[in-house]
Design a protein around this ligand. Structure first.
Ligand code: 5AD
Ligand code: SF4
Length: 444
């Protein structure tokens, strides 16, 4: 009898780096002869790529693992692996607490996946494995991710983080910062162009501190922008202490570098920024925003904010509100502070109740939503070029979505599926956080 092809299913939580890592793992599994399953029921291997940045993200995964119990009862040969940040934070504890889990692999250990699977299929009865070790040299150089779309690719340019913001667990889970050589990144993007990709997003926990022996991040961006065939270049995430005017100039000088800047401020209060160990001031941040707005054509500015950090007074919070109102971001991701064991801030005494944190979160979101709407309305009547990503999330029939250069989502009706193509749309309305458009006539 012909041997049945094994099928895998990967569920991914957390940041873009995690989504990229899942594609890397899919590439490893592809080489082993695995195929992607259409559904959980249909799979021989389920991988959950996890995030530990907030307790809420971990809780979702823990609940999910319990739900897999049923699948395992139906299919006792099913293997379940936990990847990513929770693998490092919880390690063997996951095996002990969740009997459905067969193995745990940390972000630097994905090369070992074929070995672990071989051991498990050899039926080693004790066969539950945990491999969650740092390898501060691992950059997965020659592995080629199996990417989810054929038009927009994530490319990791560095891994790890050296910043130690006091609230953040990432440096403890992803190890020290290391960059891939620019030559190698450029070669990967050339290959992507050959395969038909139009857009790349360069990823790192702090891309502004990218460097190889000869190039900093602005150099790298300029090199990528010169490559024929690439139409759009994005990057994430930036740190205000390292974002250089040279990079802002590179964004302004190269039309293919999107006018999209995600620059997490975290707080508008100097007291809180100091406690967060962010190493910049509110005034430095505002200067960067001014520089971006004066040099780049109408940039899309996005930020992350934590409310309810230990010690955040009403005045500190108002300073954040004031900064948000001054900057008028295009979008802000606002989070409630979540204490992470092992970080410096875990020792700080919290002064707010859960309700007070929720109230600050809701208040700030309300203010930002009004600003987002105002910024979006300024685009009504304009023509924007979008890269069509496919059906819109809550799609009605014939409804599709794409993104502008500045990373705003535009929903439009169309009889044709232009997925993966750049199209011009006229913006006709702004509602909530979304723009609505019409495909411009006569444009192919
Ligand atoms: N609590 C709440 N939000 C956090 N972030 C990072 N660590 C925490 C934490 N302990 C947020 C930051 C970061 C984003 C990815 O997650 O705003 O920019
Ligand atoms: Fe979450 Fe951070 Fe890990 Fe990304 S690096 S998955 S945001 S903890």
């Amino acid at each position: 009898m012909e041997k049945k092809t094994k099928k895998y299913y990967i569920e991914t939580y957390g940041c873009q780096m995690n989504k990229y890592d899942s594609e890397l793992v899919a590439g490893i599994l592809g080489k082993q002869g695995f195929e992607e399953a259409n559904s959980l029921d249909d799979s021989d291997l389920i991988l959950v790529n996890t995030c530990s940045v907030r307790q809420h993200a971990e809780n979702r995964v823990l609940g999910r693992l319990d739900a897999f119990q049923q699948l395992k009862q139906k299919n006792p040969d099913l293997k379940i692996g936990v990847l990513g940040c929770m693998a490092i934070r919880l390690q063997d504890q996951l095996l002990r607490q969740k009997s459905v889990v067969n193995f745990v692999l940390g972000p630097d250990n994905y090369r070992s996946l074929p070995d672990v699977l071989a051991k498990l299929s050899n039926g080693e009865r004790q066969s539950r494995f945990s491999l969650a070790e740092f390898n501060n040299h691992e950059i997965y150089s020659e592995l080629y991710p199996n990417r989810a779309t054929g038009f927009s690719a994530w490319v990791a340019i560095m891994r790890g983080c050296n910043n130690f913001c006091s609230y953040c667990i990432v440096p403890y889970l992803r190890g020290r910062e290391r960059s891939r050589p620019a030559k190698e990144i450029v070669a990967e993007i050339e290959k992507l162009v050959d395969e038909g990709f139009l857009e790349v997003t360069l990823l790192g926990q702090n891309v502004n501190s990218y460097h190889d022996e000869n190039h900093d991040f602005a150099d790298l961006i300029a090199m990528v922008a010169e490559l024929p065939g690439i139409e759009r270049i994005r990057f994430a995430t930036s740190h205000p202490k390292d974002l250089s005017l040279k990079l802002i100039d590179a964004m302004a000088d190269h039309p293919k570098v999107c006018n999209h800047l995600h620059l997490p401020v975290q707080s508008g209060s100097d007291n809180i920024l100091r406690l967060m160990n962010r190493n910049y001031t509110r005034s430095h941040y505002l200067k960067l925003i001014d520089a971006a707005r004066s040099r780049i054509n109408n940039p899309g500015l996005y930020t992350d904010i934590i409310v309810g950090f230990p010690g955040e007074t009403e005045q500190d919070f108002q300073d954040t509100v004031d900064l948000v109102q001054r900057v008028e971001f295009d979008g802000a991701f606002v989070f409630k502070y979540s204490p992470r064991e092992g970080t410096a801030a875990y020792q700080y005494k919290e002064n707010l109740t859960e309700q007070e944190k929720v109230a600050r979160l809701q208040y700030l979101n309300q203010i930002q939503d009004a600003i987002t709407l105002k910024r979006n309305r300024e685009l009504v009547g304009q023509t924007q070029k979008i890269l069509v990503e496919g059906r819109s999330r809550k799609a009605k029939p014939n409804q599709y979505m794409g993104r502008t250069d500045s990373n705003k989502i535009v929903v439009f009706n169309s009889d044709n599926n232009y997925k993966g193509l750049l199209k011009e749309v006229q913006i006709i309305a702004a509602e909530g956080r979304t723009l609505f458009g019409e495909i411009s006539q006569g444009v192919r």
